[in-house]
Write a protein that binds this ligand. Sequence first.
Ligand code: HEM
Length: 294
Amino acid sequence: MPTSQSAIFRLGLRAHEHLEFDLRPQATADAIRAACATLANGLGVQALVVGFSDRLWRLLAPGDQVPAHLAALAPIRGSAGLMPVHQHDLWLWLQDSGPDLNLDGARRAIATLEPVLQLVEDTQGYVYRDGRDLTGFVDGTENPAPDEAAAVAIVADGPGVGGSFALVQRWRHDLRHFEVLPVVEQERTFGRTKPDSMELPDLPANSHVARVVVKTADGELKIWRRSVPWGNATANGLQFVAFSADPQRFVRMLERMFGASPDHAQDRLLDFSRPETGALYFVPSTEALALLAT
Ligand code: HEM
C-alpha cells in the first residue's frame, strides 16, 4: 500500500501554520507541477501536509489517482443558519517546535508558489496547555488511538489509495460570551467535564458530543482530529482540522451540528463559536505526490 503523508499523524510539535491558496487563472498544469517539485524538496520544517482541492487534484493527477468521493465542500444550511464554505485549491499545514521555524517555511512556500497560486489564508496555531481548546476543554479525548488512526483516516484501496480527506475550518470563538456561563453549563455545552474531560452521564441532546457522535448500522463514524487554537487575547478560536477515509463522515457531523439533519436539532457550541472559513482537501499519498513532482 502507498505511504500516507506522515505529518497527518505526527503529534508533539506545538507550533502550526496553515496556508491556503487559490489557483491563478493563467497557471498551467506543468507550471504547477514544477512548483510542487520545488515544494517537495522541503520547506525546512519538521512536518508538512499538502492537500489539494477537487479541481486542482483533477487537473494534476492521473485518473487512477482520483478518489471516488472527491468533491468541493458544499455549504450546509440548517436551523443554526449557514455553514460558510471557502473552498481554496491548495492547503499546506506546517508543524514545528516554534512559530519562527514555520514562518520561514511559509515564506519560502509562498514565494515558490507565487507564479501559479495566490495566498488567501495564513493562520498560525499552537498547542494550548495540555491539548485544550481556548474554552478550557480538552480537545481530542475521543480521538482514535494512534495505532487505529490510519484505518480511520486513510483510503484503504481503489483510486486515491494511501490518501486522506481533510476538513479544514477556522472557527472564531466568542470567549467572553462562553465564559460568563457557569462551569456546569459550559460542561453541558460540550457534554464533558472541564477539568478532566469525562463524558457527562446525562448527556444533553444539544451538546457538542451528542451532535457529533453519529451511529450507523456499521458502527460509530470515526474521524482523526488534529485541531489547535489560533489567535491572540482578543481574536481567537479553533483551527479545526480532521482527516477521514470518507468525506461523507464530515458532512454527516456538520449537518447534525448545524441543524440540517432530520431532527433539526443543533449543536449548542454554535452559540459561542462559528466557522469563518471551510474547505475540503485531498491529501494524496507520498508516492502520488512524488509522481506529480517528476
Ligand atoms: C469550535 C469548534 C470545535 C470545538 C471547540 C470542538 C471541541 C471539542 C471537544 C472539547 C470535544 C470533547 C473531547 C474530545 O473527545 O475531543 C470534541 C469532541 C468531538 N468533536 Fe469537536 N469541536 C469543534 C468542532 C468540531 C467539528 C466541526 C467536528 C466535525 C466535523 C467535530 C467533531 C468531533 C468529534 C467526532 C468528537 C468526539 C466525540 C466522541 O466520540 O465523544 N468537532 N470536540
